[in-house]
Write a protein that binds this ligand. Structure first.
Ligand code: URA
Length: 234
């Protein structure tokens, strides 16, 4: 207790005051609106702030224009899903359908991925899905090393905000972006890496779903990899 307050209380007691009533107006009550806001925050503290940070990041990509917005594309396609998900899927770059709808993995490859996720007990809406490069390259060509390099800082920031336990790279371009080095998919698919910028995060490499649509014989391995997700999440 404050020593001056203690001295005052002692002096008052000495002259006969046993009880002191404080005016009720001095009791701080939170305004109702504030109380409500706090309960709301208790329910969804992270989701809302992560959503806000991701929105800010996507606005930054728009304004900075470092990550190429390709000619002929309709603009950027950003990540979507549950920002509290323990798993983030990373693809290469949006395709035609994604460019039209401005959503990642909504074309044939995306629909196939959704079906396979369901098969292994995961729901598309429960995970987060994004791409290394954020706009559609002309004729769906593979992004160059320079294009990947100019977008990857934003991907790292996305991952830092979401802070998942696992990153699933759909194809070797995604892994190259994440690891800063290329790993041939034939040799490294199904392998687990450590995310260089946060060793607590694991990185799993699997095929790109578009590859499976062209090479159905690889579906078994793809599903095997997807089944590992739950194991890796612990
Ligand atoms: N292929 C990708 O790599 N990303 C998409 O969003 C769609 C197809």
């Amino acid at each position: 207790m404050d020593t001056r307050l203690e001295a005052t209380l002692r002096a008052l007691k000495a002259i006969g005051f046993d009880v002191i009533f404080l005016e009720s107006s001095q009791v701080y009550r939170q305004p109702r609106q504030e109380q409500h806001r706090q309960t709301e925050n208790l329910e969804k503290p992270q989701t809302d702030s992560k959503k806000k940070l991701l929105e800010e990041l996507y606005r930054r990509i728009e304004t900075e224009g470092k990550c190429p917005k390709f000619e002929g594309s309709s603009g950027y396609v950003f990540g979507e899903g549950n920002p509290d998900s323990p798993v983030v899927f990373v693809g290469e770059a949006p395709g035609e359908e994604e460019d039209k709808l401005k959503r990642p993995f909504v074309g044939k490859a995306g629909q196939y991925l959704n079906r396979k996720l369901q098969e292994v007990g995961l729901k598309r809406e429960d995970v987060y899905i994004t791409n290394v490069v954020k706009s559609r390259p002309p004729n769906n060509r593979k992004p160059t090393k320079e294009e990947i390099a100019s977008c990857v800082g934003y991907l790292k920031k996305e991952i830092e905000i979401i802070n998942p336990k696992l990153i699933v790279c759909l194809g070797s371009t995604a892994l190259e972006g994440i690891m800063g080095k290329s790993y041939p998919i034939t040799k490294y698919r199904g392998q687990v890496f450590q995310y260089p910028f946060n060793p607590k995060i694991k990185v799993l490499l699997t095929y790109h779903p578009a590859y499976i649509l062209r090479n159905p014989h690889a579906e078994k391995e793809f599903v095997e990899d997807l089944k590992k997700i739950k194991e890796l999440l612990g």
